[in-house]
Write a protein that binds this ligand. Structure first.
Ligand code: MTE
Ligand code: MO
Length: 275
């Protein structure tokens, strides 16, 4: 059974056990720091105005859904609505001179099996009814990405754990890739879902962010091809979301109207994860 079908068919108890095991893999963050950030996000989202600061005490006693008090989860949904309305995802983030690029640590290996054999890589592109639009083997994917204008840019990468870096990414603009499917995918789709070959890491990102020309399908870090640890052969790079959304080793790209499953959102992090 694939990881994906296991996730879809597991019982509630199995799901809890799996979440606990997977959460142990990180990103790690102390409980105190996490609740501090949750609170900050809660406040920035202007939920404070709606809920009243006095309500915060009560939140501590609310039932837990995963690791996040349910009211905070609602706060995240509200945040998403506010951010979407503000339209921050259509602005451009700062870029930096190539000489100012920094190295970036390896952070997060979910969905990146040890000894992954790149020659088995396959990219599947799916439309809004889950239909397969195209598949590419490794060389096919490289040829595809190289057929688009190449970007070589330094942008900030912010990890939700509190560190940032200025990696230099090379690859194609996602919007150029998406335009290849303009005849197959209605332009009103809501999200892009992406997952690793083993489906153990998966993200959903709203269409406006994906179509921002700084959202890249990267094949290079610095002047080199991505290493396996940094997400070879293909990863997302975007300065508009926290690093949790910049999925490494993308094997499926699916255009969809429904909000896709998202690994860290399921574990209580913000779904929007943008700024
Ligand atoms: N497949 C996969 N992609 C992932 C992760 C992961 O665990 N698995 N972690 C995310 C997080 S939290 C961050 S900060 C960035 C880190 O990218 P880097 O390892 O290239 O620094 O990858 C993101 N993409
Ligand atoms: Mo991260």
């Amino acid at each position: 059974m694939s990881e994906l079908s296991r996730r879809l068919t597991e019982s509630a108890d199995e799901r809890l056990a799996r979440l606990a095991a997977e959460a142990a893999e990180g990103p790690t963050i102390s409980t105190a720091e996490y609740s501090k950030r949750s609170r900050r996000s809660f406040l920035t989202g202007a939920v404070a105005a709606a809920a009243g600061i006095a309500g915060f005490r009560a939140i501590q006693n609310r039932p837990l859904d995963g690791r996040t008090p349910d009211v905070l989860r609602k706060g995240y949904e509200w945040n998403e609505f506010v951010w979407e309305t503000l339209g921050s995802q259509s602005k451009l983030a700062p870029t930096y001179a190539l000489a100012d690029a920094t190295s970036i640590r390896v952070n997060g290996r979910l969905g990146l099996p040890d000894n992954y054999d790149l020659s088995t890589y396959e990219l599947t592109v799916k439309g809004i009814n889950d239909e397969v639009l195209e598949t590419f083997d490794l060389e096919g994917m490289r040829t595809l990405i190289n057929s688009f204008p190449q970007v070589d840019v330094v942008m900030e990468h912010k990890c939700i754990e509190g560190w940032s870096a200025k990696p230099r990414w090379g690859g194609a603009v996602f919007a150029d890739f998406a335009s290849r499917y303009a005849d197959d995918v209605p332009s009103t789709y809501g999200y892009v879902a992406m997952e690793t070959s083993d489906a153990r890491y998966y993200v959903g990102v709203d269409r406006a962010t994906m179509l921002n020309r700084q959202s890249l399908l990267a094949t290079k870090l610095g002047a080199e091809d991505l290493s396996l640890a940094h997400g070879a052969p293909l990863r997302l790079a975007t300065p508009h979301k926290y690093g949790i959304k910049s999925i490494k080793q993308i094997a499926t790209i699916r255009f969809t109207n429904e909000r896709p499953d998202d690994y860290w959102a399921e574990r209580g992090y913000t779904y929007w994860a943008g700024f």
